[in-house]
Design a protein around this ligand. Structure first.
Ligand code: FMN
Length: 148
């Protein structure tokens, strides 16, 4: 059993819903889960969590949603080493916008820069093509489950 935290960046609720559904799925597999809607840097600096799933939509012109922005900026400002941290990113966006899924991409790039270990390649959900992301998320979480 692993301890899994879902850190959410959501304006209109889609990413929040994806995180909650994914957490339910992981809980049913026997993992200990927590969904955090307003994450802070303290959530990732402690070593008590085995894996983080960053579930981030994009808002504005390629921006990170307001509820995830303090977390991003705190990390950006202090640049801690996150080599102890395993993570995956689910990025929600809409390819009809320029800067497609840039919120999740920015988070992922920062995690790489801070040396966190990406255990599963980023899942990008395009609202244009996948209005109901449940199947894609279930498949991705299944792959993640095999790696922890
Ligand atoms: C005002 C607004 C701006 C958006 N800007 C972008 C964008 O720049 N890039 C992108 O990929 N998606 C963009 N989107 C699409 C959202 O990321 C997408 O609808 C997502 O599912 C919303 O997730 P949320 O409900 O968790 O906020 C935008 C949506 C809105 C309503």
């Amino acid at each position: 059993m692993a301890s899994v935290k879902f850190l959410v960046g959501s304006t209109y609720g889609n990413a929040q819903q994806v995180a909650e559904d994914a957490a339910d799925q992981f809980e049913a597999l026997g993992h200990q889960v927590k969904v955090i809607s307003r994450p802070s840097i303290d959530d990732v600096l402690s070593e008590e969590t085995d894996i983080f799933v960053l579930c981030a939509a994009t808002i504005g012109e390629g921006e990170i949603p307001d509820n995830l922005l303090p977390f991003y900026q705190q990390l950006r400002d202090s640049l801690p080493t996150l080599a102890h941290l395993k993570y995956g990113v689910i990025a929600l966006g809409d390819s009809s916008y320029d800067n497609f899924a840039d919120g999740g991409r920015q988070i992922n790039e920062l995690m790489i820069e801070l040396q966190a270990k990406q255990v599963q390649e980023m899942l990008i959900i395009d609202a244009c093509e996948t209005p109901d992301p449940e199947e894609a998320v279930t498949e991705w979480m299944g792959l993640l489950h095999q790696k922890i």
